[in-house]
Design a protein around this ligand. Structure first.
Ligand SMILES: Nc1ncnc2c1ncn2[C@@H]1O[C@H](COP(=O)(O)OP(=O)(O)OP(=O)(O)O)[C@@H](O)[C@H]1O
Ligand SMILES: [Mg+2]
Length: 305
């Protein structure tokens, strides 16, 4: 089914304890490997650079010298066991956590030290591992909240300069309608989000993130808890975000079928460290990845042994 995209395209083109001692090679080897991963830039220009980032909480190293880069047309996936540091990477990217060292740049702008709302204004928006919507508000009102930083007027201006305030409000409403069409949410638009099926709520969360007109979208477990049909629907929307809206994505997900089908490149992390970054096939055939995370059944047919 084809959906209108014109209004949207305009802006875009376990917790666990300490690491076992000696879990990996020497730090220098690890860092060399990470730099190599960063240098493997995506084909069409780099929008996001995450270089040698380290983040630890008392006694727990959540991100241990992680480097990767995301290209402008790319769907980049991050996978790994529970507690591997995936959500922490997202929290660094969105300004929730400040790493002890490293460099994070989006479109050439340094992100470390910037507050979450500033990073959102720069064009990075995200969905959460656990749905974070206003359950009592309707779909449309939740999507409108995603537009809040696009209001171009304050309260006084709204009173004193009605024309501009009205135009801004109408533009935001139109943007939300584009998203309702794009994500096929028409039948749910007036329902309080808390009453909707789980898969639809996850879709509304994607919509709220899209309402911010992002230049980069971070999806934390977008299909967790979904049934097969909901997962297939979500997969289609994710691909459409990349291909129709031209928005690059970073996706954390445990559903390996989805990751291997959708991602352009995949980074595998374990105990905060990257094990391997490459195409889905390269990752599935990597012995370290198979040992640490995937298991033999995920090796691609005819892949290297
Ligand atoms: N705010 C925090 N304070 C203390 N420890 C934290 C904090 N945030 C994350 N951690 C720890 O950092 C490690 C990585 O957690 P993170 O949530 O990033 O893992 P994850 O890969 O997203 O796991 P999951 O697949 O279960 O969502 C875990 O050991 C976690 O307990
Ligand atoms: Mg997580």
């Amino acid at each position: 089914m084809s959906r209108p995209t014109s209004g949207l395209t305009s802006s875009a083109a376990s917790d666990r304890g300490e690491r076992p001692s000696g879990a990996d090679g020497p730090e220098s080897v690890q860092r060399t490997r990470n730099v190599a991963a960063t240098e493997e830039k995506a084909q069409s220009g780099t929008v996001l650079e995450f270089d040698d980032v380290r983040l630890s909480f008392a006694g727990v190293t959540a991100i241990d010298w992680v480097s990767f880069a995301v290209g402008s047309g790319e769907l980049f996936a991050i996978i790994g066991p529970n507690g591997a540091g995936k959500t922490s990477i997202f929290n660094v990217l969105s300004g929730v956590y400040r790493p002890q060292s490293g460099r994070v740049a989006f479109d050439g702008t340094d992100l470390i030290g910037k507050r979450p709302h500033v990073i959102a204004q720069l064009g990075i928006s995200r969905t959460f591992q656990n749905i974070e919507l206003f359950a009592n508000l309707t779909v449309v009102d939740n999507l409108m909240l995603g537009r809040h930083h696009h209001h171009t007027y304050g309260t006084l201006a709204a009173l004193a300069w009605l024309g501009r305030a009205r135009r801004s409000e109408l533009a935001n409403r139109a943007a939300v309608e584009d998203i309702v069409d794009f994500l096929e949410l028409e039948q749910w638009r007036r329902f309080p989000v808390g009453l909707l099926p789980y898969g639809v709520q996850k879709r509304v969360e994607l919509g709220r993130a899209l309402a911010m007109r992002p230049k980069l979208l971070l999806l934390d477990e977008p299909v967790a808890g979904m049934n097969l049909e909901e997962t297939e629907d979500m997969a289609r929307y994710i691909l459409d975000v990349r291909d129709e809206l031209g928005i690059p994505l970073v996706m954390v997900e445990h559903d390996m079928g989805l990751v291997m089908d959708l991602a352009d490149r995949v980074m595998v992390v374990d105990f905060g460290r990257p094990i391997c970054t490459g195409t889905p096939r390269e990752v599935q055939d990597n012995p370290d990845v198979i040992r640490a995370y995937l298991g033999e059944e995920h090796r691609t047919q005819g892949g290297a042994s």
